[in-house]
Design a binder for this molecule. Structure first.
Ligand SMILES: NC(=O)c1ccc[n+]([C@@H]2O[C@H](COP(=O)([O-])OP(=O)(O)OC[C@H]3O[C@@H](n4cnc5c(N)ncnc54)[C@H](OP(=O)(O)O)[C@@H]3O)[C@@H](O)[C@H]2O)c1
Length: 242
């Protein structure tokens, strides 16, 4: 039996990778998945023998998520923290957004996160001790951004999910929160034009785009006993831009 077990979706790169790194560094046993691996993630597995469980599958596949959570419990014995991070963004004005793009964002960002959390909650309810769920939202859920309306809708859905689930699970000792980052320097925002990048930096009091490292501190905190009386909250981490 291990001490603290954390599960993170989308850990191969970007914010998810930074979360996996931080949780390993604080001593957790960690499990993650994404569609493909990455050399950086393979290096982390090699550096932490037996402490990092990695699988490859699509978050749109509910039965694969169920299998993954079962494997994590078989391997590590419990799940203390679930961080639903994996998401996709198709940028474009609504009028030209295709059905398959809408379906993909809803399937991965909303249903994939909800199914992952449900599977973790089923395990958390059967084990002793406190547990936490953290959903990765975005400031666009509330502040909006042209060309990101469907993506913003998926993130707003997760925030509604988090606050309701916090009420449902609080009496069982399971906390549920979300973090809402601003634009980050990751693959997801790589298509941002120089003009838009400049506009974002200009309206950000701290004068730059965020980095994954700026966000992991909040997730580390929310998924720790230091946040033991915090639930149903959305923590905005945006350099003051919204
Ligand atoms: N970047 C930003 O500006 C920004 C701002 C606010 C909020 N966020 C949020 O922060 C989170 C992380 O974003 P990021 O910028 O780190 O994105 P990223 O660099 O594109 O990384 C996304 C991660 O999720 C995985 N993933 C994507 N689709 C998947 C699928 N269908 N099934 C399984 N895994 C999948 C990716 O791996 P594979 O591609 O190999 O599957 C990767 O590991 C997301 O929830 C995003 O909405 C990002």
């Amino acid at each position: 039996m291990t001490d603290v077990v954390s599960l993170v979706s989308g850990g191969s790169r970007g914010l998810g990778f930074a979360i996996v790194e931080r949780l390993l560094a604080r001593g957790d046993w960690v499990a993650t998945f994404s569609r493909s691996g990455s050399p950086a993630l393979s290096a982390l597995v090699a550096a932490h023998p037996g402490r990092l469980h990695v699988e490859s599958f699509d978050a749109a596949d509910s039965s694969a998520i169920q299998g993954f959570v079962s494997h994590v419990v078989e391997t590590f014995g419990r799940i203390d923290h679930c961080i639903a991070n994996a998401a996709i963004a198709h940028e474009g004005v609504l009028a030209t957004t295709r059905d398959d793009e809408i379906d993909a964002m809803l399937a991965v960002n909303v249903k994939g996160s909800i199914v992952l959390v449900r599977e973790c909650v089923r395990q958390m309810l059967m084990q002793p001790g406190a547990a936490s769920i953290t959903l990765v939202s975005s400031i666009v859920a509330r502040s909006g951004s042209p060309g990101l309306s469907v993506y913003a809708a998926t993130k707003a859905a997760l925030e509604g999910f988090a606050v309701s689930l916090a009420r449902e699970l609080g009496p069982r000792g399971i906390r549920v929160n979300a973090v809402a980052p601003s634009f980050l320097e990751t693959d997801l925002s790589a298509s941002l034009s120089e003009e838009n990048r400049g506009r974002i930096v200009k309206r950000t009091p701290l004068g730059r785009l965020g980095l994954p490292a700026d966000i992991v501190g909040g997730i580390d905190f929310l998924s720790s006993p230091r946040a033991g009386f915090i639930t149903g909250q959305v923590l905005t981490i945006d350099g003051g831009s919204s």
